[in-house]
Design a binder for this molecule. Structure first.
Ligand SMILES: [Zn+2]
Ligand SMILES: [Zn+2]
Length: 394
C-alpha cells in the first residue's frame, strides 16, 4: 500500500495552485465551462478515459486499474455561488458577484489530486475508479442531471465516496459516520392571490399580504405542535414579496421556504399540514392560494461498510482521535442522489483555522478555508479507494 499521506503532501503546492486558479474564476451552476475544461484536460493528461458535457457541464473520467475488480466512484462538485467576495486575498474572485463561497474549488482540486495519485499507482489497482465532477450542487439538481445522463452506468459503481470541506470543524479532523449525515431538502413556493385596492379603503379589497402574514405565523406551529418533539425538522420561510407602494394593497403575495427532514414520514406530515394550513387561510381570508412543492434532495445516508472503509482511511491519515461522528446536520447535499442509488460514504473534512481567520461559515462573503486540508482530503479518498478495491476483489 503506498503512503498516500506523504504522497499527497508532495502535491500540496499543485493543489493550492489549482484551487486558487478555480477560486479566481468562479462559475455558477451549469455554467462551469472553464472549470470543466481544466478538469477534462488534466484527467486526459493522466491517461483517463474522459467524457465531457455530462448533465450539461459535468466531466467523468475513468481510470482502469491493471487488474480486474470493482468500481469505486468518487464525486466532486464544481459550482460557485452568486456571492460578492469580501476577502482581500491575491486569489480573490475576479468575477463580480460570483464566488466560490462553499469550497467547491477545493473539492475540484482534491479530485484532480486523487486522480493524479491513483493514476500513478494504476499497476497495483484492482478494478476501476470513476471520477465524477458534477455541476450545480447548490440546490439546482446537478447530481440528478449527471445521473440522468448516465453517470451511474457503464460501469455502474459498486461504491461511491465523496467529501465536503467543513469550516465548522478544525483542520485535521473529520466526521465519518454510518447512517444519516445530512437532511432532505424540500422547497415550497406559495402564491396568495387576493384583490388589491386603495390602502385607505381596505374593506373593498381581499388583502393577500395579511393572509400571507398569517401563513408565516401559522406554519411555525407545524414543527412545534404537529411533529413528535424528538424528531429533527426545520421549516423556514425565506422569501416574502408583496406590494410596491405604501398606500396600495397589492393583488398578490409570494412566499418561499424550505423544509429539512431526516425521515420521510415526518416530511409527509409536514407537507400535509402545510396544505391544510393554506386551505384554512384561503377560506378565512377569502383569497386564492397555490402551493408548489419541490423535493430538492433526499436524506444523505451513509452505508455502514462504506463508512467503515472511509473511517479506516481517515484514521490512518489523521490519527485515531481525529475522526468522529456527530448529530446529523440539517443542511442538505445532492450527493444523497448518488447514495440513494449506490452504497457509499460522504464525509466532512475539517478546514477551519481560527488562528488564521479562516472560520467564516460556508456561503459567507468572507468564507475561506485552510488549504492544508486539501492534501489531507486527497490522501483519505485515495486511501479509502485503494483499501476498498484491494479488499473487495471478486
Ligand atoms: Zn454550499
Ligand atoms: Zn457545498
Amino acid at each position: 500500500m503506498p503512503d498516500f499521506r506523504e504522497e499527497a503532501q508532495t502535491l500540496r503546492d499543485q493543489l493550492i495552485a489549482w484551487r486558487r486558479d478555480l477560486h479566481r474564476h468562479p462559475e455558477l451552476a451549469f455554467e462551469e465551462r472553464r472549470t470543466a475544461g481544466l478538469v477534462a484536460e488534466h484527467l486526459k493528461s493522466l491517461g483517463l478515459d474522459v467524457r465531457t458535457g455530462v448533465g450539461k457541464t459535468g466531466v467523468i473520467g475513468l481510470l482502469e486499474g491493471a487488474r480486474p475488480g470493482k468500481t469505486v466512484m468518487l464525486r466532486f462538485d464544481m459550482d460557485a455561488l452568486p456571492v460578492e467576495e469580501a476577502n482581500e486575498v491575491e486569489y480573490a474572485s475576479q468575477i463580480p458577484g460570483r464566488m466560490h463561497a462553499c469550497g467547491h474549488d477545493g473539492h475540484t482540486a482534491i479530485g484532480l489530486g486523487v486522480a493524479t495519485l491513483l493514476a500513478r499507482h494504476r499497476s497495483v489497482l484492482h478494478g476501476r475508479v470513476k471520477f465524477v465532477f458534477q455541476p450545480a450542487e447548490e440546490a439546482i439538481g446537478g447530481a440528478r442531471a449527471v445521473i440522468d445522463d448516465g453517470a451511474l452506468e457503464d460501469p455502474t459503481p459498486d461504491v461511491a465516496f465523496g467529501l465536503h470541506l467543513w469550516n465548522a470543524l478544525p483542520l485535521g479532523q473529520a466526521i465519518v459516520q454510518a447512517g444519516p449525515l445530512m437532511a432532505a431538502a424540500t422547497h415550497f413556493q406559495l402564491i396568495v392571490q387576493g384583490r388589491g385596492g386603495h390602502g385607505a379603503r381596505p374593506h373593498e379589497t381581499r388583502d393577500p399580504l395579511v393572509a400571507a402574514a398569517h401563513f408565516v405565523t401559522a406554519v411555525q406551529t407545524v414543527v412545534s405542535r404537529n411533529i413528535e418533539p424528538s424528531q429533527k425538522v426545520v421549516l423556514s420561510v425565506g422569501t416574502f414579496h408583496a406590494g410596491h407602494a405604501f398606500n396600495v394593497i397589492p393583488d398578490r403575495a409570494e412566499l418561499g421556504g424550505t423544509i429539512r427532514t431526516l425521515d420521510d414520514g415526518v416530511l409527509a406530515r409536514v407537507e400535509q399540514r402545510l396544505q391544510e394550513i393554506i386551505e384554512g387561510i384561503a377560506r378565512a381570508f377569502d383569497v386564492r392560494t397555490e402551493l408548489q412543492i419541490r423535493h430538492a434532495a433526499p436524506v444523505l445516508i451513509n452505508d455502514e461498510r462504506a463508512a467503515a472503509y472511509v473511517a479506516r482511511a481517515a484514521r490512518r491519515v489523521l490519527g485515531d482521535g481525529a475522526v468522529r461522528s456527530m448529530e446529523p446536520l440539517m443542511v442538505s447535499e445532492d450527493m444523497s442522489e448518488f447514495l440513494n442509488r449506490v452504497p457509499g460514504c460522504y464525509f466532512l473534512m475539517g478546514s477551519m483555522n481560527p488562528d488564521r481567520g479562516l472560520d467564516y461559515p460556508h456561503h459567507h462573503p468572507r468564507f475561506d478555508f485552510d488549504e492544508d486540508a486539501l492534501p489531507l482530503g486527497v490522501a483519505i479518498l485515495a486511501e479509502a479507494t485503494v483499501i476498498y478495491l484491494s479488499e473487495e476483489v471478486g
